[in-house]
Design a protein around this ligand. Structure first.
Ligand SMILES: *[C@@H]1O[C@H](CO)[C@@H](O)[C@H](O)[C@H]1NC(C)=O
Ligand SMILES: *[C@@H]1O[C@H](CO)[C@@H](O)[C@H](O)[C@H]1NC(C)=O
Length: 453
């Protein structure tokens, strides 16, 4: 059994309405990147107003190598890095660099700028501090136009990678675009103003976000450690602890998960629909993304069919639609042969299995298998796959034991009928969550070696 990653986070909601203007500013250390739209539509004196806005915001930051590090890039048709997180260590240097910036006056490749921010600006090579130090990574995007490229997916990836994004729109910016860029809650992260003169009104808004130590001003109820970030905070557990299983959401967990779903005749088409709902409710509790959890699914009856592989989808929405489209087989019950397929193919590189990521399988069955299950279950478990066995109705306890990883009390779930499945689903969710790898650790292993594929 591998060591589980302890020290998961829970992202709790918080409300900066609960923050107060504070004097003096209690600036917490941040890795802060300004991402500035420098497109043609911005007039020269508006460009100067953006600079003034940035300089005014800097007064709320305590800049230094061990305090807040600031980087800045502007973008038009291309991305132009002005300075990185490691370039300057004093506020006056940063201010001077902002004053010296020159308007690009070209296109509006916002997606490209976000991609650069995520893939380059927030790397340790460019001065970002290691993930395990939990310095909030903040990107503030100021834009006046409609992007010429797509932003939704890349912005979602950046947020998933742990970057908190503030999106500031000026003028006729499409609010949906801003929302697609900014972090949740949007009330805290997405701001739209009528014109560049109005951008100054945001200074006081950001003062309260940047100067408040959220852990101090809200009733955070974190049991162990509260980590502040502008307009938000998160709870952290001390080393050796994981989050309470009462919190089933593993919003930052990473694994490769393969469902093995019984589609035999005994189930009936109505219950098969309930099983789909069960799968989708598990999917909803996971952090599905390219860098996060991947999900694959096999349905079996007399034969085994790969409904989708681990590598096929990278959003929960796509996975859930594929689950909904799944056609009920409605024949025999060859669980052993399904386990064999799961073991031999489902985690292969060809199907999208990754190295150094926990491998988990949830095997659902409603009755006695027509073939032997122990051989392939044992091989799968010996190869490092953690198997959860979920039985309903006429499922045989002995068989579930043979399928499930040890100990049974953590890996074996049984419900007498489909109505009682919701209860065990909840327990199962929190168990699975505890066995995932924290995203920060995946990133570290990604940076440390190139094993993550
Ligand atoms: C930053 O912190 C490190 C470790 O605490 C210390 O060694 C270093 O001298 C500090 N650097 C500055 C510029 O304060
Ligand atoms: C900017 O917008 C505000 C509020 O809509 C308006 O009162 C003001 O006249 C505008 N300023 C410019 C320069 O257009």
């Amino acid at each position: 059994m591998r060591c589980l990653a302890l020290g998961l986070f829970c992202l709790l909601c918080c409300n900066a309405a609960q923050t107060y203007r504070q004097n003096p500013c209690k600036a917490i250390p941040l890795d802060f990147i300004f991402v500035i739209d420098s497109s043609r539509s911005i007039r020269p004196n508006d460009y100067e107003k953006v600079k003034t806005f940035i300089i005014n915001l800097l007064q709320f930051l305590k800049i230094g190598h061990n305090a807040t590090r600031v980087g800045l890039l502007q973008y038009g048709s291309v991305v132009q890095p002005e300075f990185s997180l490691s370039t300057y260590t004093t506020k006056s240097e940063v201010e001077q660099a902002v004053r010296n910036m020159e308007h690009l006056a070209t296109g509006t490749m916002t997606g490209l700028a976000i991609q650069y921010t995520m893939e380059t600006a927030f790397t340790e090579e460019h001065g970002a501090r290691p993930m395990n130090l939990h310095i909030p990574r903040i990107a503030m995007i100021v834009t006046d136009g409609r992007p010429q490229d797509t932003v939704e997916e890349i912005a979602a990836q950046a947020r998933q990678a742990g970057i908190q994004i503030f999106a500031i729109g000026v003028g006729r910016v499409d609010m949906n675009t801003l929302r697609a860029i900014g972090s949740e809650p949007h009330s805290e992260h997405v701001h739209l103003v009528a014109n560049f003169s109005q951008i100054e009104t945001l200074i006081s808004v950001f003062q309260s976000k940047l100067c408040s130590d959220m852990c101090e001003v809200v009733d955070h109820q974190c049991q162990h450690i509260c980590v502040s970030s502008p307009a938000s905070y998160r709870c952290k557990c001390r080393e050796g602890y994981i989050l309470n299983p009462d919190e089933p959401e593993c919003s930052e967990g990473v694994m490769d998960l393969v469902f093995v779903i019984d589609g035999s005749k005994s189930l009936g088409p109505n219950n098969f629909e309930l099983v789909k709902q069960f799968v989708n409710s598990i999917v909803d509790s996971l952090d599905i993304s390219k860098m996060g959890t991947h999900v694959g699914l096999l349905q079996y009856s007399t034969k085994v069919r790969t409904e989708f592989t681990l590598g096929q989808y990278s959003t929960a929405q796509h996975i859930k639609s594929a689950v909904n489209r799944m056609q009920y087989m409605g024949r025999g019950s060859m669980t052993g042969s399904a386990l064999r397929h799961m073991f031999e193919s489902s985690f292969s590189t060809k199907e999208g299995g990754r190295f150094n990521i926990p491998r988990v399988s949830i095997v659902f069955t409603d009755g006695r298998s027509q073939d032997d299950v122990s051989e392939w279950a044992t091989k799968a478990k010996n190869s490092g796959i953690t198997i959860y066995a979920l039985g309903v109705g006429k499922a045989i306890e002995q068989e579930l034991r043979e399928i499930a990883s040890e100990p049974d009390e953590k890996h074996l779930y049984y419900a007498e009928d489909f109505e009682k499945m919701a209860e065990i689903t909840k327990k199962l969710k929190s168990r699975i969550c505890a066995g995932t790898l924290h995203k920060a650790e995946v990133q570290e292993s990604l940076q440390g070696s190139q094993k993550y594929v």
